[in-house]
Design a protein around this ligand. Structure first.
Ligand code: FEO
Length: 397
């Protein structure tokens, strides 16, 4: 496995092949926690890994150098998937000084007893010379936490980008051009949709800062290192953070006895027009992770639920809660669903869609027990209207 980014700059992280849950993000392709070692007159470790993999990281460092020769440990981000091993690592690197910004240190102090740590606070624009190479620190708040920063090595045109441009993707190959690009880009989109979506404005700031740097390589903390497809990932981040939309309709639903399901299928039939991609997603057959990824660039979503105990179905509620938190670009929408002897399912859906300030294109579309041919025809018409909205919205951006 090629792990060398540049002479004496190496990947020393951990490939987590078997992780399938990352705080509710379904990581079907595993994940990596990337850490990097920069060896020069001084040696710097850029980030660590999740706590259980501290010994793997230390073993990787030991293959390259003596642990006592590490002078700095840069902590770009305090989240435990990168800083979880920091306490153990600092114990094992006797001559290392931690470099991080003040907010990061304050956060780390809530996770660790930092009283005996050697550390230096670095601010935006600060640098540390390693000899022939320099570490320059760039604050990137909210990409992904308030304390997040990136570290740039100008002599190598190399940006250690932390969560930015990452993917949850385990592979035996470290670089973008050694992996199928369509898979990597799809995982980058899924990562953006599930982790970064709420912080589009901050991504803009990060991209503006990055555009002022001369970059030949981007080394994120998850997934592959970008060296051959930097324009593609930068362009994708611009599109996602700008809210660029595709001509697409999602019909997301949960059903009890397939009445809401039949309505959803009728909406799909109506929405299936030239130039529009339509997808039917049952919330108990599709993960929240996939729904979020599809919703990122989708302008139009019909959301349905049957009625259970005068409310919507529980997984419909989970999907809406997740989407509400992620706050993807505004959608055209309507609620649909069925009820029997009690009402409430589709109405509760509509309340959440309204609270998200999505554009309600029609009143709640509902049916008692089984949808009649007339109701199904109304569903088809509503699907057609939603598809026309999707086309117009995608063309407008
Ligand atoms: Fe990969 Fe925000 O941590």
């Amino acid at each position: 496995m090629e792990t060398s980014l540049r002479p004496n700059i190496d990947w020393v992280g951990f490939v987590d092949w078997n992780v399938r849950d990352f705080h509710s993000y379904d990581t079907f392709r595993g994940a990596t926690y990337n850490a990097y070692l920069v060896r020069d007159e001084k040696t710097a470790l850029i980030d660590t890994v999740k706590a259980p993999y501290a010994s793997n990281l230390l073993a990787n460092i030991r293959e390259l150098t003596d642990l006592s020769s590490v002078d700095y440990v840069v902590c770009n981000h305090a989240e435990p998937d990168h800083a979880g091993a920091l306490g153990e690592v600092l114990k094992r690197l006797p001559n290392a000084t931690l470099l991080c910004n003040q907010k990061c240190f304050d956060t780390l102090s809530m996770y660790f007893d930092t009283s005996d740590w050697k550390y230096e606070i670095v601010a935006e624009g600060d640098t540390r010379s390693l000899g022939s190479r320099t570490l320059a620190f760039v604050n990137t708040p909210m990409v992904h936490w308030p304390e997040s920063m990136m570290t740039y090595v100008p002599e190598e045109k190399l940006l250690f980008s932390m969560d930015g441009f990452g993917q949850h993707y385990a592979s035996s190959h470290r670089f973008d051009d050694e992996n199928p690009l369509d898979v990597v880009m799809a995982e980058a989109k899924t990562y953006y949709a599930n982790i970064v979506t709420p912080y589009g404005k901050q991504v803009h700031c990060t991209l503006d800062k990055a555009s002022g740097l001369d970059i030949e390589m981007i080394a994120p903390s998850h997934g592959v290192i970008w060296r051959s497809h930097i324009p593609e990932i930068i362009s994708a981040y611009r599109d996602w953070s700008n809210g660029k939309l595709a001509p697409k309709v999602l019909v997301i639903y949960d059903s009890m006895w397939e009445s809401t399901g039949a309505m959803g299928e009728a909406i799909v039939r109506g929405a299936t027009i030239d130039g529009v991609d339509v997808r039917l997603m049952h919330v108990r057959r599709t993960t929240l992770t996939e729904i979020a990824a599809e919703a990122l660039d989708c302008p139009a979503i019909a959301f349905g639920s049957a009625t259970l105990n005068r409310n919507m179905m529980p997984m419909a509620s989970a999907a809406l809660t997740y989407l509400k938190g992620l706050n993807p670009p505004k959608k055209a929408t309507f609620a649909f669903g069925s009820y029997g002897w009690g009402i409430g399912g589709p109405e509760e859906v509509a309340k959440v869609l309204e609270a998200m300030k999505w554009d309600m294109i029609r009143p709640v579309l509902k049916t008692k027990y089984r949808p009649t041919p007339e109701i199904l025809a109304e569903c088809e018409q509503a699907g057609l209207e939603l598809a026309r909205k999707a086309l117009a919205m995608a063309e407008a951006i």
